[in-house]
Write a protein that binds this ligand. Structure first.
Ligand code: GAF
Length: 386
């Protein structure tokens, strides 16, 4: 399905007073490599996708936001001046963004809004970041004279997750949604905020997601525990090496030094994160040389680490990764936070059809339902549509 402006506009007209407003879009994202590295101050390598959220918005002359979720067929009204905000979690994303923008001095007024999305929910493609970003971008445009820079808009989305949803996520998803550029991946240094666009057009290969359809929800998942493990280990290493502020600054030797001071579990988590830093940089080098075999090999190594050390996989995702390996796919790994969702696969054009066929049939044989195949097209970031 490809969501269009009209899908949202027709519902907006129907639901409110028959008039139209301004329409904005923000995408979900993929990530080639660099998982659970953002909140460790390391590097990530995401790109925006074509699927995303579209929202129509019109000022309504009150202090209230009247919001309609087209997909959930749910309506919520809340006051911009209420500190607690609505209960429904989808509306809390909008509420959080409004409050964070107001805290930055943007004079947000009450508005009517309807929105819909075509990022598959729970697939690890960041539908929630797309939702936060579409409203952060829109409010900046409608009420803030576009004075807030893009990285700050991404931080508005991240703060919304932290304060209003309870998920202590990193910056990758919101960054990618706001900054995306068609045809390019982005390598972001999550410590400095510096990033560069990497045109991505691997001749002879495709990027394809295989969605296990095991629903992945970060809110309420062990995601925050993983982050805590990393912070524990970094704080322990810091006692011996004061220059180590986060796992980005640590190496395997430092980790070994504190082996007896941290839990075995935390040790494994940190081992994965330290290795992932090297893998992201190796993939960037390999891409520059057109060496897709190395890119793919690093993806498999990341999957191993996420599954066996970071422990954010599930039987369905490990099974999909095994099939990819058996079928000669160049690279494959869990994408996003884990606990369900998709694998991302770098597959040569010759093997593509067969891989998709075998992945569907073997997965169905084992788990009783077909996985969903999503061909990746790298799209643009947040924008005004009309
Ligand atoms: C989720 C989070 F929201 C990101 O910040 C990131 O940590 C990712 O999981 C794992 O790389 O998508």
């Amino acid at each position: 399905m490809k969501l269009t402006i009209d899908d949202v506009r027709s519902r907006f007209i129907e639901h409110f007073d028959g008039t139209t407003g301004s329409v904005y879009a923000s995408p979900g994202r993929i990530n080639l490599i660099g998982e659970h590295t953002d909140y460790n101050d390391e590097f990530v390598f995401p790109g925006a996708v074509q699927q995303g959220m579209i929202a129509e918005i019109k000022v309504n002359g009150t202090r209230n936001v009247r919001a309609y979720s087209i997909d959930l067929k749910d309506y919520v009204e809340f006051s911009l001046d209420d500190e607690k905000g609505p209960k429904a979690s989808w509306a809390r994303y909008i509420f959080g963004v409004c409050r964070e923008m107001m805290a930055l001095g943007v004079p947000v007024e009450g508005f009517n809004t309807a929105f819909a999305g075509d990022v598959p929910l729970g697939a690890g493609m960041s539908s929630s970041a797309a939702l936060e970003s579409v409203y952060a971008f829109a409010l900046n445009d409608m009420f803030g004279e576009n004075k807030i820079d893009k990285m700050t808009l991404a931080k508005v989305g991240q703060a919304t997750e932290h304060k209003y949803l309870g998920c202590n996520c990193g910056i990758m998803d919101q960054f990618a949604s706001v900054h995306g550029k068609a045809g390019s991946l982005m390598r972001l240094d999550c410590r400095s905020g510096e990033f560069e666009y990497f045109p991505f057009d691997p001749k002879g290969y495709k990027l394809v997601l295989v969605n296990s359809c095991v629903k992945h929800e970060l809110v309420g998942s062990p995601y925050n525990d993983r982050r805590r493990s990393c912070e524990n280990v970094a704080a322990t290493i810091n006692k011996h090496h004061p220059e180590v502020k986060s796992l980005r600054d640590a190496d395997y030797a430092m980790l070994d030094e504190v082996k007896n001071e941290v839990s075995a579990e935390d040790f494994m988590r940190a081992k994965y994160v330290i290795g992932e830093k090297e893998r992201v940089l190796a993939v960037c080098d390999a891409l520059e040389k057109g060496d897709y075999e190395t890119v793919g090999q690093k993806m498999y190594e990341t999957h191993y680490g996420l599954s066996k050390e970071y422990e954010v996989s599930c039987p369905e995702l490990d099974f999909l990764n095994d099939i990819a390996k058996e079928e000669g796919v160049t690279g494959s790994r869990i994408m996003g936070g884990g606990f369900g969702g998709c694998t991302i696969n770098l597959v040569s054009d010759e093997l593509y059809d067969n891989f998709v066929k075998v992945a569907k049939s073997k997965f169905k044989e084992k788990f009783g339902k077909e996985p969903v195949i999503i061909d990746v097209v790298i799209g643009d970031g947040s924008r005004k549509l009309c």
